[in-house]
Structure formats: C-alpha cells, structure tokens
Design a protein around this ligand. Sequence first.
Ligand SMILES: Cc1ncc(COP(=O)(O)O)c(C=O)c1O
Length: 396
Amino acid sequence: MMKKISKEARSALADRTKLVYAGRDPSDQYGFVNTPIYRGSTVLSPSMEVLLARTGRYTYGTQGTPTSRSLETAWSEIAGAAGTVCVPSGLAAVSVALLSCLKAGDHLLITDSVYRPTRVFADGLLKRFGVETTYYDPTIGAGIEALFRPNTKAVFTEAPGSQTFEMQDIPAIAEVTHRHGATLLMDNTWATPFFFPPHAMGVDLAIEAGTKYLSGHSDLLLGMVSANEKAWPDLHATYSAMAICAGPEDMFLAMRGMRTMLLRLKEQEKSALLMAEWLQARPEVSRVLHPALPDCPGHDIWKRDFKGSSGLFSIVLKPASQKAVAAMLDDLALFGMGYSWGGFESLIIPFDAKPYRTATAWQPEGPALRIQIGLEDVADLQKDLDAGFARLRATV
Ligand SMILES: Cc1ncc(COP(=O)(O)O)c(C=O)c1O
C-alpha cells in the first residue's frame, strides 16, 4: 500500500488519485504492481498454535484471500466504509445486506421504485422467513415516519430508481430511520460512491452491483456491500456464515476496472447528458427521466445531494404501437438490446413497471425505454437513434 503516506493524508487524496493506489501493496507482491489472482481453499499454517488460534493472516479460502482483501480494502476506502464484503452478484449483495439486519417478526420498508429482483427476494424468501414488507412512494421523504411500526427494523432505498428515476431524500429518510433504531440500506449502483458517498450521507449498508460501473466491460458479475461501524459486525458475521464469496477472477477483473472507473463514469455522464438533452428536443419523445436535467422531478434533491450523474436514464415516448417500437429497436446498429448497464457499450430496452408497482402507479403516456450510454461517439449514437425514430414514425 502507500507506505509513505499517512492514513490522514490518504483520505485527503482526490478520488482519481485514490483509485490508482487503493487496495494494492506491491511490496507484498515481489514489487509487481497489481495483486494477482489467488485461488484456493486450503491455507497452510506455520504451526499448530497458529492453526488452532486462527491467528494467521489467512485461514481458509472462504474467509478471504489477498485478492478479496485487495478489493474489499479498496472499496471501503472509496465508499468511506468501516468494511466491505464482495459477493458473486449485485443481487447477492442485496440479499446478504438484508439478511444481515433482519430476523423473523421484523418489518421492512422498501421503495416502490426498487430494482425488481430485490422485490422478488423480499416478497418470496424474506416473507417465507417471517419478514413482512411494505412498499413506499419513493418521493415520501420524512413522511416515511407514518409507515414505521414498532417492529420496523430496516428501510431499503435506491436513488434514483434504476428504471423510473424517482429521486429520494436520503438524509430525511436516514434521520427518521435512525431515530427509530432501524438500519438504512441503499442500492447505490447508479451513483456509485463517487457521485453519492453513501455512509457520509447516513446510509448504514450500501449496495453496489460491481457488475455495472466497477466492471465497466460487461464481462463479470460481482456485488459489494459496504458498511459503517455500526452495521459492519452483523454484515461480516452474515457473510461469513453464508460463505457467499465472489470468484477470484471476477475480483481481479474488478480491480482492473476500478483504476479507470471514474474516468469512464465521467465520460458516460457527459455523453448521457448530451443524449438526454438531444432526446428532450425530439418530437417522438414525451419525457426524459434523468435527475440531472433541471425540469425532471427530483432534480432539486439530486442537485443538493449528488456530485454527478451516470450514464443510465429513461425516456417515455409519445403513444406508439409495440410494432413501431420493435421496428425502431430491432434494427439499431450501435445500441444493443439487453439487460444490465455500466459497460462500455450503449444499450436500450423497453420496460413496463406497471404490473409490479404496489404503492404508486406507473402510468406513462407512451412506451418507456431505458437507455445506457457507453463510450461511443455521441454523434454516432444520435445517428443510430435518428434512423430508429424514422422507422418508429413509418410504422403503425
Ligand atoms: C440497481 C441494480 N441493483 C442491483 C442489480 C443486480 O446486479 P447483478 O446483475 O450483478 O445481480 C442491478 C442489475 O441490473 C441493478 O440494476
């Protein structure tokens, strides 16, 4: 690690500099710059005393390797956390975080705009284990207090919602949650700690699907949960009990992605904003859902609490048939159609949140599309969508 720089000096470094040095110690790796992929289950002990007391630096593959420690240390530094666990997917990060702070008989509050598989986890597995969930309007703010019950133990937020882009007043929700002695969770994948430092803003457990911007290359699945001092012991105990550890190759690739993460994010932020503004002026588009645009709902909260925006946003088209939308999307040359986001390539998918919303109604005036902007040239992307809009207009 940066042996010549004190802990205080390290925390004063700019994010760009932190990213270059975080989580690596060349002196521990024969001078090689990066921590390599350590594979393995057994860790040989130098003596029976060390084996029995479990005082070795590493004890067993599921309990950590130099590769996992590198990534966990780096992510804790980036997120401003007391500790981080790395798990095999973003959804696994959601589930291990929730399991770390809930037990049978507890009540959980989840934003209605949440990533849908989080809802499936709560309505299925958590319910089966005796946890009751209530969904809330993402714009509720401090009004969430009215939904608290004596057994409410956790609030799960996501800002903005990764399809419909409602913002949430995280500091207001944090204040209420903590006054009631409950745990505040946030899926912070969209903003990442660079654009929203979760723990400094009052979040106890922050989830990041490393599959998205940390990877940046659509070639791995990974999740991180970072915790503040209060939430860390239960998170670590739950993670250890489940041994839900990420694969070494995926963690190595994530470390490689991390070095360029902020540069990619900033470029994707810039391109996405240009695309969003361009789409706002298109006659086929009714609304653009992007919190960094001044006329989007939630913009004031975004401006107050966030330091940037990422490359993911949605649009609502003016009324059009499914056939017309298919004509637009099927023949796009640059935009791919597929799930996930955060990679170097642009993506577009249709979505409909209506069937699964329970606390709020999703009633768009036309078909909705979610757009992920990659690292391509903006003019090329506009040309591709322009041709798509011509096909949309020509089809009834
Ligand atoms: C907001 C959000 N959280 C979590 C996840 C889950 O990540 P993973 O695909 O790695 O399970 C996703 C994936 O799309 C997501 O969009």
